[in-house]
Design a binder for this molecule. Structure first.
Ligand code: ADQ
Length: 483
């Protein structure tokens, strides 16, 4: 019987080592939840890095770790700290991430980290090859592993391989600047199916394939040797029910069950019932446009002084990649901006920005989503942006306004929100004004449509659609070969 092998940089399991005792707990992230329907039972295996480098694993404990992971259908790829530096912090996050998000000036082209990226991709491919049979289905995730499909294909020509990119695929004019552009495309083309969040990313990819590899492309099929590779878009959804149920439970919480954060939010709301809470939640990443958003907030307060003491911006920034210099600089810039804006506008009874630099437990995310009147998300580029979808899902009474950058993949499916260009402060300021003054009925009418869509195209549907398309593609390819 064929099995499914999922492969991603990180495993969907958190490891803890306490006095030689190992515990493995499943992660709660979007990908892990979304893949639940695919990664279930004994016929599926997830391969990835455990998050611990070789020198962080206490001697003799490796077999115990393997056993703990096996209980969660997972198997680890071992990486040294040099490999993590070159492959993850280096090529993945200093070359591909900035380039694919159109931050060309941040992208470093270093031969050494490219070489490590290749060798680590080979390690992941070898881990698959060790476990895979010819009739297995392999689903490779994201930009850290773009060479894996071809590496597996070379050794197992008949296996079924799907690849999904979680970040944007840039236009040809950007992609062509990468010194190893052909190798990356060839790596991806080892797949039978290549999936993107949006039609635009798909189009950009096909254009690069046509122009750099001169392959025949017809609609969304690529012809290479005797193979046909399908390219398609699969917009990722959220676990709608999980967010919905959590918000309903939150609504029913008695006073003593409320979190400290919720109590604070309630207190401020009671003191200033007419004040509006704006919310933004992102990883601290330059692609998310946090600094621009702060500048736009300052612009708004200057343009509409009547809203001083009447709006409060809550910024939740999750620490991310903090040993990459660009991220350290960004952290400093945001700290300074928040300090300056709060210094300029605060009064004895009002601080315009509440800034949290940390990860928060799920319950507190729900507190914020359900308590804030407006979600304000301004990425400069974003593959999808799930926070926008999560905010809408938690609005049980259908109130709330979403202001969303048109540069986020999710903007394609969220036309009923207020879409803005994150570089246009005038437009953002108008959207904030509109959001603050939007009648309740209008909010509910917009959100009713959005919620219906999000409930239907949830993360489980995303995973199932991809798998169905991969299976169909294999059949089409077999027919193509026998012609
Ligand atoms: P990310 O860039 O991480 O993902 P996003 O899609 O917004 O961006 O997902 C972030 C997730 O982290 C959300 O599920 C959110 O709830 C959670 N989160 C955010 N802040 C948190 C906090 N402070 N504490 C705890 N959890 C927090 C990449 C791409 C995106 C793409 C996804 C999925 O960059 O464009 O949407 O993958 O493909």
């Amino acid at each position: 019987m064929s099995k499914t092998i999922i492969i991603s940089n990180r495993l969907p399991v958190q490891l803890q080592i306490d006095n030689g005792k190992i515990t493995a707990t499943p992660s709660v992230g979007g990908l892990a939840t979304g893949m639940k329907s695919v990664h279930s039972g004994g016929d599926s295996l997830w391969i990835g890095w455990s998050g611990l480098t070789d020198d962080e694993i206490p001697p003799g404990l490796a077999p115990e770790i393997d056993k703990a992971l096996a209980k969660h259908g997972s198997s680890k790829v071992n990486l040294t700290s040099e490999e993590v530096d070159g492959f993850y912090y280096g090529f993945s996050n200093r070359t591909i991430w900035p380039l694919f998000h159109y931050f060309l000036e941040y992208s470093e082209f270093e031969l050494e980290s490219w070489e490590i990226y290749k060798s680590v991709n080979q390690k992941f491919a070898d881990a698959i090859l060790e476990k895979a049979d010819d009739d297995d289905i392999i689903w490779v995730h994201d930009y850290q592993l773009m060479l894996v499909p071809q590496m597996v294909r070379e050794q197992r020509p008949n296996v079924s391989i799907g690849f999904f990119l979680h970040i944007p695929f840039p236009s040809y004019e950007i992609f062509r600047t990468l010194p190893w552009r052909k190798e990356v495309l060839q790596g991806l083309l080892g797949s039978d199916l290549i999936g993107f969040h949006t039609y635009d990313y798909e189009r950009h990819f096909l254009s690069s394939v046509r122009r750099l590899l001169s392959l025949e492309v017809s609609f969304n099929d690529i012809y290479m040797d005797d193979r046909v590779i399908k390219v398609d878009s699969f917009p990722m959804g959220i676990d709608y029910k999980k967010f919905r149920d959590a918000a309903k439970k939150h609504d029913e919480n008695k006073a003593e069950e409320r979190s400290e954060l919720q109590k604070r939010l309630d207190m401020h709301k009671a003191n200033q019932p007419e004040a509006k809470f704006l919310l933004s939640i992102d990883r601290l990443d330059y692609s998310k446009g946090i600094a621009k958003r702060l500048n736009a907030f300052e612009y708004f307060l200057n343009k509409h002084p009547e809203y001083k003491e009447k709006v409060r911006l809550i910024i939740l920034a999750v620490p991310s990649r903090s040993n990459v210099p660009q991220y350290q600089l960004l952290k400093k810039e945001i700290d300074e901006l928040v300090g300056r804006i709060n210094g300029e506008f605060s009064t004895v009874s009002w601080t315009p920005i509440w800034y949290f630099y940390r990860s928060m437990p799920f319950e507190n995310l729900i507190d914020l989503y359900t308590s804030c009147d407006i979600a304000w998300l301004t990425p400069i580029r974003d593959g999808m942006n799930l926070v926008a979808k999560e905010y809408i899902a938690t609005r049980t009474d259908k109130t709330g306004v979403l202001i969303l950058s048109e540069m986020a993949g999710s903007a394609n499916e969220m036309n009923e929100s207020l879409l803005i260009n994150p570089n246009n402060f005038e437009e953002i300021s108008e959207a904030l004004f509109q959001a603050i003054n939007m009648p309740k009925e209008e909010q509910q009418a917009r959100n009713a449509i959005l919620q219906k869509r999000l409930e239907r195209y949830n993360v489980e549907k995303w995973a199932n659609d991809f798998m169905t398309s991969l299976l169909n593609q294999k059949q089409n390819e077999t027919q193509h070969k026998s012609r």
